[in-house]
Ligand binder design. Structure first.
Ligand code: FAD
Length: 646
C-alpha cells in the first residue's frame, strides 16, 4: 500500500469527531456477542480498551507479560494526566490544550487527532473520578491541578507522584469486573510472539506461555496492539525492564507500517547513571520542575571543585549559580518542554559545567522549602524525595538533587489512521504502541491522556466501523494452516536461538546496542554518525545471531530466552530508527540533528521539506525498508518557530 489514507473527516476541526461518531457504522448488541477481539497489553491503553469493549458486549481476549495487569509499565507514571477542565480559571480551553500539544510536538502531529484528544480529555477525568481514582483535591473538595512543561496553565491532574498507579487501578477494576462476568478472558504471563493473517486481515496471534514455554493459538475478528513503547532499545532508559517493541515489530514485519520510528523522547529529570552494572534509570517526575530550580555553577572552577569533591553545592553562593533555563527561557523558565530542557542540560555539561560525574545538573528545592515550608513540599513531592534518597543515599531536602536526561518515551510506533487502524485491516494500535498524536515531542502528562483516550473513548467507537462488516464472519478455527505456519515460524526462530550456544549473555549484547544508540541515535545526531550507526548495528545483529548464549530449555520458563527474542527485535528497531533519523535532515522536538540548529542552538525545522509522517514498510530480511510519506496539512493553525522565551 503506497497510498496512505489517514481517513480524517472533512469539516471544521471542532465537529470532525462528533460528525464521525454520528456517521460511523455500529454493531447491534446481539451481534457484539458473536465477535471476538484480541487486546495485547493491559497498561492504561490495553486495560481501558479491553474493559470498554467487553462492557459494550464484545468478547475479549486480553494478554500481558506480567503476572498481573496491575504490573504493566503504566504503573510507573508519576506526575499526572492533562485535561482542559479550566478549574483554575487560568484561561485553559480545549483549543489551548490542542494548540499547546501541537506546538509542543513541533508541528509533526495531525491536527484532527490532537484536537480530538483535547476534546475527550475532560471525559477521561470524569470517568476516572467515577471509578474512584483519588486525584489530589483542593481544600474545598474540587480537583487540584499543577503545571507541566510546555504549558502556561495548570491542567495536570495528579495523585501525588503515583498517578499512573492510581489510574491503572481504576482501569483494572473495570477490567476485573468484565473478567468476573466472563466477557474478558485474561491471560497473564503470556507474550504475543506472532501475528496471524488470513486473506490479508489480522485474525489472530501466537503467544508463548511464559511459565510453561508452550506456544498457543488465539483467533479473533480484530486484533488490538496496546503493548507500549520501544525505549528499551537504548538499554538504559526510564522504562520498566519488560517494556519492549516486539509485538509492534511482528506486525511491522507482517505489513503494518511503522510511523516516525526515530522520534524518541528524552526526559530531562532522570537520576544520572552511576555505574556499568545498571539495567535501568529512574525518573524523577517532571512535576518537580513546578517548584524545583535547575542550575549549574556559573564558574567552571566551581564545577571542577564540585566534581573533585572539594566543594558542596550548598557552598555555592546564589550569585555564582547559573539558573540556565530561567536565564534562557524567561517566559517558561524551568517549565520549558522536555526536549528544550534536556538539550540545555547537555549543552551545559558538554561545556564543562556539569556536576557529579560531569553528566548531571542540580534540581534544587532550597528556595521553595523556604517559601512554602517543608511540609508543603513534602505534601507535593514527598514520595519522590523518598525514592531519590533510597537510590542515591542523598537527602534532597538538604542538598539539591542531581538529574540528567535519559530516554523516556517513544513517539514513533505503528502507523494508524484516524480510526486507530494500522495498514493491516483489522489490526489496531493504541497507546504508546502507535505513532500517536504527539508529533516530534511529547509534552508531559499527555501519554496517559492519549492512552486512556484511545482505550476508553476512541477505539470503542472506531473499531465498530470495522467490525460491523464482520458480523457474518464466523469464528476462526485455530487449526487453519495460517496458524500452523505462524507457529512453526516462531518455533524455528526459538530453536535457532537456542542452538547458537555462543559466549555472550543477552544483556551484554543489549548493552552494546544501547551504547551505539545513545551515542549515534540519541540526543544529538548527525549524518556521519547515523551512517556509522547503521553499519555498527549490522555488526551487532551478526554478533547476536552467532554469539548469544541462552541457557535452559525452549519449552520451559526461560527468562533469558524471553529477553533474547525481544533483543532480536530491538536490534532491528534500532536499525529502522537510524534510517528514519538519517532521512529527517532537520531538528524537530526530541529529534535533534546537529547540522540543523539556529544560531542560539535551538531546533531548526524545515517545514517545506519534512512536514510529513515517515511511514516505513518492511521489505524482507536484509533488505532496506521503504518509506512512504503522509503529508501533514495544517489547515487550522499556522506553524511558527517554537518560542519559550517570551
Ligand atoms: C517513569 C515514567 C513516568 C511516567 N510518567 C508519566 C506521567 O506522569 N504522565 C504521562 O502522561 N505519562 C507518563 N509516562 C509515560 C506513560 O507512563 C506511558 O507512555 C504509558 O503508561 C504507556 O501506556 P500503554 O498502555 O501504552 O503501555 P504500557 O503501560 O507499557 O503497557 C504495555 C502492556 O503490554 C503488555 N505487552 C507488551 N508486549 C507484549 C506482548 N508481546 N505480548 C503480550 N503483552 C505484551 C505489557 O505486559 C503491558 O501490559 C511515564 C513513563 C515513565 C517511564
Amino acid at each position: 500500500m503506497s497510498q496512505l489514507d489517514a481517513k480524517i473527516p472533512q469539516g471544521p476541526l471542532e465537529s470532525k469527531w462528533s460528525k464521525y461518531k454520528a456517521n460511523q457504522k455500529l454493531v447491534n448488541p446481539a451481534n457484539k456477542r458473536r465477535l471476538d477481539v484480541i487486546v495485547v497489553g493491559t497498561g492504561l491503553a490495553g486495560s481501558s480498551a479491553a474493559a470498554s469493549l467487553a462492557e459494550m458486549g464484545f468478547h475479549v481476549y486480553n494478554f500481558c507479560i506480567q503476572d498481573s495487569p496491575r504490573r504493566a509499565h503504566s504503573i510507573a507514571a508519576q506526575g499526572g494526566i492533562n485535561a482542559a477542565k479550566n478549574y483554575q480559571n487560568d484561561g485553559d480551553s480545549v483549543y489551548r490544550l490542542f494548540y499547546d500539544t501541537i506546538k509542543g510536538g513541533d508541528y509533526r502531529a495531525r491536527e484532527a487527532n490532537v484536537y480530538r484528544l483535547a476534546e475527550v480529555s475532560n471525559s477521561i477525568i470524569d470517568q476516572c473520578v467515577a471509578q474512584g481514582v483519588p486525584f489530589a483535591r483542593e481544600y474545598g473538595g474540587t480537583l487540584a491541578n499543577r503545571s507541566f512543561g510546555g504549558a502556561q496553565v495548570s491542567r495536570t491532574f495528579y495523585s501525588r507522584g503515583i498517578t499512573g498507579q492510581q489510574l491503572l487501578l481504576g482501569a483494572y477494576s473495570a477490567l476485573s469486573r468484565q473478567v468476573g462476568l466472563g466477557k474478558v478472558e485474561l491471560f497473564t504471563r503470556h507474550e504475543m510472539v506472532e501475528l496471524v493473517m488470513i486473506d490479508g486481515r489480522a485474525r489472530g496471534i501466537i503467544v508463548r506461555d511464559l511459565v510453561s514455554g508452550k506456544l498457543k493459538r488465539f483467533s479473533a475478528h480484530a486484533v488490538v496492539i496496546a503493548s507500549g513503547g520501544y525505549g528499551n532499545t537504548f538499554f538504559l532508559s526510564s522504562n520498566a525492564m519488560e517494556c519492549n517493541g516486539s509485538a509492534a515489530w511482528q506486525c511491522y514485519k507482517k505489513g503494518a507500517y511503522f510511523g516516525n520510528p526515530c522520534m524518541a523522547q528524552i526526559h530531562p529529570t532522570c537520576i544520572p547513571q552511576h555505574g556499568d552494572q545498571q539495567s535501568k534509570l529512574t525518573l524523577m517526575s517532571e512535576s518537580l520542575r513546578n517548584d524545583g530550580r535547575i542550575w549549574v555553577p556559573k564558574k567552571i572552577e566551581d564545577a571542577e571543585a564540585i566534581r573533585a569533591g572539594k566543594l558542596r553545592p550548598t557552598q555555592i553562593k546564589e550569585e555564582d549559580r547559573d539558573y540556565y533555563l530561567e536565564r534562557r527561557y524567561p517566559a517558561f523558565g524551568n517549565l520549558v518542554p522536555r526536549d528544550v530542557a534536556s538539550r540545555a542540560a547537555k549543552e551545559r555539561c558538554d561545556a564543562g559545567y556539569g556536576v557529579g560525574t560531569g553528566q548531571a545538573v542540580y534540581l534544587d528545592f532550597a528556595e521553595p522549602i523556604q517559601r512554602l515550608g517543608k511540609d508543603v513540599v513534602t505534601e507535593r513531592y514527598g514520595n519522590l524525595f523518598q525514592m531519590y534518597e533510597k537510590i542515591t543515599a542523598d537527602n534532597p531536602y538538604e542538598t539539591p538533587m542531581m538529574i540528567f536526561p535519559a530516554i523516556h518515551y517513544t513517539m514513533g510506533g505503528l502507523w494508524v489512521d484516524y480510526e486507530l487502524m494500522t495498514t493491516i485491516p483489522g489490526l489496531f494500535a493504541i497507546g504508546e504502541a502507535n505513532f500517536s498524536d504527539h508529533g516530534a515531542n511529547r509534552l508531559g502528562a499527555s501519554a496517559l491522556m492519549q492512552g486512556l483516550a484511545d482505550g476508553y473513548f476512541i477505539l470503542p467507537y472506531t473499531i465498530q466501523n470495522y467490525l460491523s462488516d464482520q458480523i457474518q464472519v464466523p469464528r476462526f478455527s485455530t487449526d487453519l494452516p495460517e496458524f500452523a505456519a505462524a507457529e512453526k515460524e516462531v518455533m524455528d526462530k526459538i530453536n535457532k536461538l537456542m542452538n547458537i550456544k555462543g559466549k555472550q549473555t543477552v544483556d551484554e549484547i543489549h548493552k552494546k546496542l544501547g551504547q551505539i544508540m545513545w551515542e549515534y541515535v540519541g540526543m544529538g545526531r548527525d549524518e556521519a554518525g547515523l551512517k556509522k550507526a547503521i553499519e555498527l548495528l549490522a555488526d551487532i545483529k551478526k554478533e547476536f545471531w552467532t554469539d548469544v548464549r541462552i541457557p535452559g530449555q525452549a519449552i520451559d520458563l526461560n527468562i533469558e530466552l524471553e529477553k533474547a527474542l525481544r533483543l532480536a527485535d530491538f536490534i532491528e528497531i534500532g536499525e529502522l530508527m537510524a534510517h528514519d533519523a538519517l532521512d529527517r535532515a532537520e531538528s524537530c522536538g526530541g529529534h535533534f540533528r546537529l547540522e540543523h540548529q539556529t544560531p542560539e542552538g535551538e531546533a531548526l525545522r524545515h517545514d517545506d521539506l519534512f512536514a510529513y509522517v515517515s511511514c516505513w514498510a518492511y521489505q524482507g530480511e536484509n533488505k532496506a525498508p521503504v518509506m512512504y510519506k503522509e503529508p501533514l496539512d495544517y489547515e487550522f493553525i499556522e506553524r511558527t518557530q517554537r518560542n519559550y522565551k517570551s
